[in-house]
Ligand binder design. Sequence first.
Ligand code: ATP
Ligand code: PRP
Ligand code: MG
Length: 214
Amino acid sequence: MILALPKGRILKALTPVLEATGLLSQPSPIDEKTRALRFPSTESQLDIVRVRSFDVATFVAFGGADIGICGSDVLTEFDYPEIYAPLDLEIGQCRISVARHPRAGLRDEAPSSKIRIATKYPVTARAHFASRGINAEIVHLHGAMELAPSLKMAHAIVDLVDTGTTLKANGLEETDVIAHVSSRLIVNRIAMKTRPQAVSDLIDRFRKGLRSQK
Ligand code: ATP
Ligand code: PRP
Ligand code: MG
């Protein structure tokens, strides 16, 4: 079996839980200095791969990994039917929100006008505006979307917000919370059917590891 872990902030927040699962071995996936992408675990049947946060759901949906950990923002954006998310790890907590210049005219949000949104989350953003009867045009960026309103590329952005520091530093104001976000343990549904025991043992180890941290 393969467990896909996200590099970056979720991996950092997850480290105590991972240590508590007893799955970490040497070389360790939490050592971000190594260029290796695949690591052994303490279980002979399980290897760990370390991928981009945004790609974990794709590795699991396509069966490259049987189980993984990623933000609910990523799950919502891809909405893979092949994925089951049985456990909220309560880390990586933030929200996905709409933000804009405080002085931007209300006219920009009128249903008749074409509102343009800069975001790394095109599906989530389009669905949010569609639910309010607005057909949003999406400018798909992978970072620094906070620049888009002042550079006149977009009327507003959809992005992750935690403390609000990034929005404030770029002169933007949060106007709507689309969803609350936290990291989830995710499982490939076929793996769950074909290897139910191994999968539920792994889920249990995470559940116990999580409980030992509370
Ligand atoms: P990359 O560097 O590969 O582009 P990234 O910036 O998307 O990665 P991270 O910043 O590590 O990766 O974010 C990964 C996940 O962590 C997000 O999908 C989200 O679930 C969560 N997250 C992101 N930003 C925050 C934040 N400011 N506070 C809390 N959780 C966050
Ligand atoms: C994330 C996210 C926001 C910021 C929100 O960026 O994309 O920009 O955190 O957090 P805040 O409300 O506490 O400021 P990150 O720190 O991951 O930087 P990145 O753009 O390099 O991904
Ligand atoms: Mg980031």
